[in-house]
Design a binder for this molecule. Structure first.
Ligand code: SF4
Length: 166
């Protein structure tokens, strides 16, 4: 199964959600496109004219806005509450581009409401970490049963809330 930015998001957010998503367990009227995935990315401003898609056997990604001239992946978010997740998502995208032979790419995450910008670079340490993350994601989604619930406040916004807690 090719990895996507969504798998990376869920890995950092909730391993149980990752497992449920990857094992095609969708809640009635609340498919993943309208649940946490949307919640995570709802603040992303689409700029489809600059959108690019990359599909390989291992990865399947969509970059909302890639500046090919300056080799910059742009992500625009409203809130920095999940900054770590945003940063790793962009690092993952940079690594996929590297895998396609596009080197020297960096990322910029803009938080217009906060008037902040975060620059993202991929280090050798990140490359090793991403290899580990890939292995762990595959290990999680291939488990026979879902990981335990995580009891976080954001669980109430998750489409799997009833499945997990009711
Ligand atoms: S409700 Fe909470 S524990 Fe359950 S899948 Fe969603 S985020 Fe994970």
């Amino acid at each position: 199964m090719p990895l996507t930015g969504t798998h990376i998001n869920y890995y950092f957010h909730c391993h149980r959600h990752l497992w449920l998503f990857a094992n095609s367990i969708n809640m009635e009227q609340t498919s993943d496109t309208v649940s946490m995935g949307k919640w995570i990315s709802e603040s992303t401003y689409k700029r489809e004219e600059h959108e690019i898609k990359i599909s390989t056997d291992e990865d399947n990604i969509v970059l909302d806005f890639y500046d090919g001239k300056n080799k910059i992946i742009h992500e625009v978010k409203k809130s920095d509450k999940m900054e770590e997740l945003h940063v790793w998502q962009v690092k993952y995208y940079i690594s996929v581009l590297e895998g396609k032979g596009v080197n020297g790419v960096r990322g910029e995450i803009d938080y217009p409401k906060l008037r902040q910008k975060v620059n993202v670079h991929l280090t050798d340490g990140d490359r090793n970490e991403l290899k580990k993350i890939r292995r762990e994601i595959l290990s999680i989604i291939n488990q026979n049963s879902a990981p335990m619930t995580i009891n976080k406040s954001f669980c109430k916004k998750c489409s799997y809330y009833e499945l997990c807690y009711v």
